[in-house]
Design a binder for this molecule. Structure first.
Ligand SMILES: Cc1ncc(COP(=O)(O)O)c(C=O)c1O
Length: 427
């Protein structure tokens, strides 16, 4: 980078930072041209004050001129992840210096993180692809019923729509209470939705609409007792909530580590529980597709892929472990709770997320009286470049804000103050 360009980047970053957060000079560090100070591992249980989280934030390239509150759609990868991808890709293109990615080691690392034996995990590009493998890989009888809520993302839902059309199945969607008040009422709603023909429950672990953490363990037990298959849309939990797939007791789990785990875009995960390893039909096949002894690894036989993404995936798991899953979860939920509590004190704000922190992931959804969601989102963007998600699906039209480790309490407070100002204007 030329010195002019470097100066431009520095001034732009500083101007943006000053605009958004007067006095927050540390944000200058979030620049493209200088490496951040390395993140240190804190001993378990050690205090992680704001200095520590500023150091975490400095590992990201996120431009300081805006507020990124949309990890629910896609995470921003830290520098070590980007470096690993670029290093691998660069070496690869030299042809002779190409480095192999140790996929077995990656499988072990990911397995440790999500609580699943490595041989039950296959790599996909995302949740959508993993869920498609599940829905396309099962045998059905006409009339079998698939049950899900009216809070499903197209990526988790459409694979079942296609299977239903193809095999003449029944697809039932039922409503959940909004805002939800407890796990008991969620379980009751699922129980009421079951029929003797129910063959599959497609359950979002965390709803993308309002961040509700569903009682997946209990739902899987309920399903198992009735011989019903459970396919979990786990796009969100890995990298956000501590997850133990073996303990959940589900048949299948689909995830997108490029969201909360901050892995490279285009890295996904499919978990196939032990009893299904030799029964799920593969959707994409190549040599070894029927080598049952290879367990889930046989689902990885799908032609040439971009190995550099897996190098980044490994770096993302390492980065997450460096901070520590417990510390990450505590921080992201603390920020989410701060956001929820701030919004709950504003007259005219209608919260759609659960009021009980135990069942609320850090995805907070709301509307504001007197404002259309489009106008509200536009106002937040124009005032502070706040990047949010418009949950327009099912005609809900909610604003959704997600908080991750790179967000700060100042960002949360700024957005709460902005919403208060906007709400007051139209009350
Ligand atoms: C609950 C849920 N399922 C599935 C998806 C699809 O994810 P991907 O595009 O990574 O397949 C999303 C994306 O936002 C989601 O929130």
């Amino acid at each position: 980078m030329t010195s002019d360009r470097r100066e431009f980047v520095r001034s732009a970053a500083l101007a943006g930072a000053a605009l958004a957060f007067p006095g927050a000079a540390w944000l200058e560090r979030a620049r493209l041209d200088e490496p951040a100070a390395p993140l240190r591992r804190l001993p378990p249980g050690a205090e992680d004050g704001e200095d520590y989280w500023r150091l975490v934030r400095s590992q990201f390239l996120i431009a300081p001129r805006g507020i990124y509150f949309n990890t629910g759609t896609i995470g921003a990868s830290p520098r070590p992840v980007l470096d690993a991808v670029l290093r691998h890709m660069t070496a690869f293109e030299t042809v002779f210096d190409a480095e192999a990615v140790d996929l077995d080691a990656l499988r072990r690392s990911v397995g440790g993180l999500v609580g699943a034996p490595p041989h039950t995990l296959a790599f996909t590009r995302n949740t959508t692809e993993a869920m498609s493998w599940i829905a396309a890989g099962l045998d059905f009888r006409p009339g079998d019923e698939i049950v899900m809520t009216t809070h499903e993302h197209v990526g988790g839902m459409c694979p079942w729509q296609a299977a239903a059309r193809r095999h003449d199945l029944v697809l039932t969607q039922f409503a959940l209470p909004v805002p939800p008040t407890g796990a008991g009422e969620i379980l009751d709603a699922w129980r009421r939705a079951l029929t003797p023909r129910t063959r599959v429950l497609m359950i979002s672990h965390v709803l993308f609409t309002n961040g509700l953490i569903q009682p997946v363990r209990e739902l899987c037990a309920l399903a198992r007792a009735r011989g019903i298959i459970t396919a979990i849309d786990g796009a969100h939990p890995p990298g956000m909530l501590r997850t133990n797939l073996a303990d959940l007791g589900c048949d299948f789990y689909a995830s997108s580590p490029h969201k909360w785990l901050l892995a490279p875009k285009g890295t996904g995960l499919l978990y196939v529980s032990e009893p299904w390893l030799d029964r799920l039909w593969p959707t994409i096949v190549s040599g070894g597709w029927d080598s049952l002894a290879d367990k889930a690894v046989r689902f990885d036989r799908k032609g040439t892929v971009n190995d550099s993404l897996y190098a980044g995936f490994q770096a993302a798991v390492d980065f997450h472990m460096l901070i520590g899953p417990e510390r990450v979860e505590r921080r992201v939920r603390w920020l989410g709770d701060r956001l929820y509590d701030g919004l709950s004190r504003i007259a005219g704000v209608q919260l759609k997320s659960a009021g009980t922190p135990a069942i609320r992931a850090p995805l907070v959804s709301f509307t504001v009286d007197g404002w259309t969601t489009d106008d509200l989102i536009k106002a937040l963007w124009e005032r502070a470049m706040v990047r949010v998600r418009h949950v327009a699906e099912y005609d809900y039209h909610w604003v959704r804000l997600s908080t991750h480790v790179y967000n700060t309490p100042e960002e949360v407070d700024r957005v709460v103050a902005l919403v208060a100002e906007l709400a007051a204007r139209r009350s």
